[in-house]
Design a protein around this ligand. Sequence first.
Ligand code: FES
Length: 124
Amino acid sequence: MVGADRARASDAAAAATPYNFDMSYYRKHVFFCCNQRCEGEACCNNHGSKEMRDYAKRRIKELKLSGEGKIRINVAGCLDRCEEGPVLVVYPEGVWYTYVDKEDVDEIISEHLVNGRVVKRLQI
Ligand code: FES
């Protein structure tokens, strides 16, 4: 399927699905891949993803942004973008990021999760 056909099929599927994002249980749902592979294989946890996920979860709670109708930070298994890792994905937008440190995670929280602006420099 070429790009235009794929877009039309996606539009048709969206129109046929009576889904209202405003009714989502969480306003934003963030999945950090925390998969650990065998030594020598690329994986997100080789880049400290568990620590960064724990940090993000703690920050969201400290900012009183967690809970129903707010933001949820979850662990995910392999998201199949191992070579680009560490990766996380934000729904409902389906925006993917990579990150290096807590400053990057803080920027994703403040820009994307709080203000709804995609952090282009970290997007993959
Ligand atoms: S190990 Fe994270 S995407 Fe595969």
